[in-house]
Design a protein around this ligand. Sequence first.
Ligand SMILES: [Zn+2]
Length: 293
Amino acid sequence: MLLTPPRVEVHWLRVGHCRHPEWVTLRGGRWQPVDFPAHCALIIHPSFGPILYDTGYADHFGEETRTLPNALYRWVTPVQLPIEQQLGSQLSALGVNLEDVGRVLVSHLHADHVAGLRDVPKARFTALRADVIENIGRRGIGAVRRGFLPGLLSDDFDRRLDFADDCDAVDLGTAWSPFTRGYDLLGDGSIIGVPLPGHSPAQLGLVMWNTDGQPVMLVADACWSTRALNENRLPSLIARPMMHNWSRYRATLTDLHGLRCSRPDLQMLPSHCSVAHTAFQATQRESGALVRG
Ligand SMILES: [Zn+2]
């Protein structure tokens, strides 16, 4: 790992959303329906070029959920994906074509995170081994119960897949404590993968330094909102079946809350939080770092 890792340009993109009462994902939350957006990141690396962290929703989600049993997923989370939020549209506005994306770092294989994998024909994929092994052979109701829609993965997914666990392990020291170990996903220290287990068996979070010098942590579904992160507040029990391992989810959320308290400077971005998205966009505008389109 280089002593001074390269900084990367981070764009946090909203790619579709569903709606549900806030109390479902936040214990003590409101009864009114609220947006539950799906975010993904376009990360522009100075040498490796455009990289994605997840893809959010895509039209493939609608195609894959037309009939039972996959339609159950669509009924539970009716998805809206306005054309201006399509991943391809947003990348184009930033001067990037889908064909230019060289790698997708996959947090986990739930459909709201991987629905666009078929749209990046030249990308390789990186995921933690346990998340792939848990899902890859599942079909039908056994798959959809876990939020996995196998048809979203390209036929050559296996051949394009690299395991994050096979990258060099790195010691993070105390800077990201209690997270002390990660995987050097690109080999230059610029993007470190950090396991955030519980929501899924392993779940890949990322830490990196933005071009404005700010440390950024992408936490996927290890917590669902900034308020949950700040208050160490769990989802309602009705959300428990969505978790692979509830006690590990609680432990990971507590660790993230500990980091939040000790590093208020750190940008921590849950994949489904509108508040974090708005705050991140505001800091980017203030720094003038990222606005291209
Ligand atoms: Zn999700």
